[in-house]
Design a protein around this ligand. Structure first.
Ligand SMILES: C[S@@+](CC[C@H](N)C(=O)[O-])C[C@H]1O[C@@H](n2cnc3c(N)ncnc32)[C@H](O)[C@@H]1O
Length: 370
């Protein structure tokens, strides 16, 4: 399937969804609620020690490797990030008295945030035993009761015993799971008929991520097929396992639909309210231009096959953006409204680093699995 065809599919989906989404804003809500119960001031908490040891870092305040620094900071901000997502979710449903599950809970901050916000039961599951230990350490520090279990979202036996939930979050997880379709099937089974699922997924076409991907800061890796991305990654990190597989937004929406789920793309709300879309598009254009230059002088000392693929994929996508951007400029001359709508689409596809989705069962076809 060509990139142009995929883009057209997305464009159609975008128009379909745009029609149905009220232009309320969610980004304008305060970005993070300050944590009300900070853990007691201690020199180094058990949670911090576990994070530090996991990444093999001596002193978390002095990390020279930029990738490790990014990961450690991201890990330590788990509760703040949890509160951001809790704020978004609470605009779509009440939290009070609800049963909540975080899938791929990582360090446990989301479970802490939702429990603090008043859900009746908050639970986390993750495949990684170290992160489960971290979540438990965090729960102790916050004096919060929140069961966290080592479980694989791909295993029916693991999830069947959990019951069903009113609210589920799955933040930056689905791209790490080898079978996203099976995972979404299981998530649909865990979600009550009236339940709500929040998902955040990185966007492989985001100009910023093409330039430097959000996981390892590698140029162009988001545009490669998984097997080639693995080889690219292992060239720089031979001792680590590369688990990320980037899919298009249309791919996920299609799976939701096959599972009887419907989704709202939250990004469209704030994009449609941006006051300087032209400025935003120009920034994306500058970044795409940088990527084009970088592809032209790409010097990675990796096998030619991978290097060639990176260069070709980046060139294809940057040219595609260029053509679409020129189309936008032409539209502006003739039809301001159409141009405005097209700008939203361009920002969604090439400007947003993450898609944020609210997913629910389509009411008419929900079948209770139990
Ligand atoms: C990028 S981290 C995100 C962690 C957390 N959701 C957050 O946003 O801070 C991805 C998480 O997904 C977990 N994960 C990957 N595959 C999984 C699976 N099959 N079942 C459960 N968790 C999984 C990983 O162990 C990791 O903690």
């Amino acid at each position: 399937m060509s990139a142009g065809y995929k883009l057209n599919v997305l464009l159609n989906l975008y128009h379909q969804f745009r029609e149905r989404i009220p232009f309320r804003h969610w980004r304008k809500s305060k970005p993070a609620v300050p944590v009300s119960q900070k853990p007691n001031e201690v020199k180094e908490s058990r949670f911090e020690r576990l994070v530090r040891e996991y990444y093999g870092v001596e002193d978390i305040k002095n990390i020279t490797d930029p990738v490790k620094k990014m990961w450690v900071e991201w890990s330590l901000q788990t509760v703040e990030r949890g509160h951001c997502v809790k704020d978004i979710v609470s605009q779509h449903t009440s939290l009070e008295g609800k049963r909540y599950l975080d899938i791929g809970c990582g360090h446990g901050g989301f479970v802490v945030a939702f429990k603090q916000a008043g859900v009746s039961e908050a639970m986390g599951i993750d495949i990684n035993p170290t992160w489960i230990e971290c979540s438990k350490a965090l729960a102790e520090e916050y004096h919060i009761e929140m069961p966290c279990y080592q479980k694989d979202i791909l295993k029916s036996d693991d999830i069947d015993e959990l019951g069903m939930f009113d609210i589920i979050t799955c933040n930056d997880v689905i791209e790490h799971v080898p079978g996203p379709d099976a995972a979404i099937n299981h998530i649909a089974r865990l979600l009550k008929p009236t339940g709500l699922l929040f998902m955040e997924i990185p966007n492989k076409f985001s100009a910023a991520f093409i330039k430097s991907d959000g996981h390892f800061k590698l140029f162009g890796i988001t545009l490669l097929p998984k097997w080639m991305a693995d080889r690219y990654f292992n060239h720089y990190h031979p001792d680590l396992r590369h688990s990320v597989r980037y899919k298009s937004l249309g791919y996920y929406i299609n799976i939701f639909s096959l599972e009887g789920l419907e989704c709202e793309i939250l990004n469209l709300r704030h994009i449609s309210e941006e006051t300087n879309k032209e400025g935003r598009l120009q920034k994306i254009q500058e970044m795409m231009e940088d990527c084009k230059q970088q592809a032209a002088t790409f010097e990675g000392d990796m096998p030619m096959e991978i290097k060639g693929k990176v260069i070709r994929r980046v060139s294809t996508i940057t040219s595609l953006f260029e053509r679409q951007f020129n189309h936008y400029i032409a539209l502006k001359e003739n039809d301001e409204r159409q141009a405005d709508s097209f700008a939203d689409h361009l920002i969604l596809i090439f400007g947003e680093d993450f898609w944020r989705l609210i997913v629910k069962h389509q009411k008419s076809i929900f079948v209770n699995p139990s």
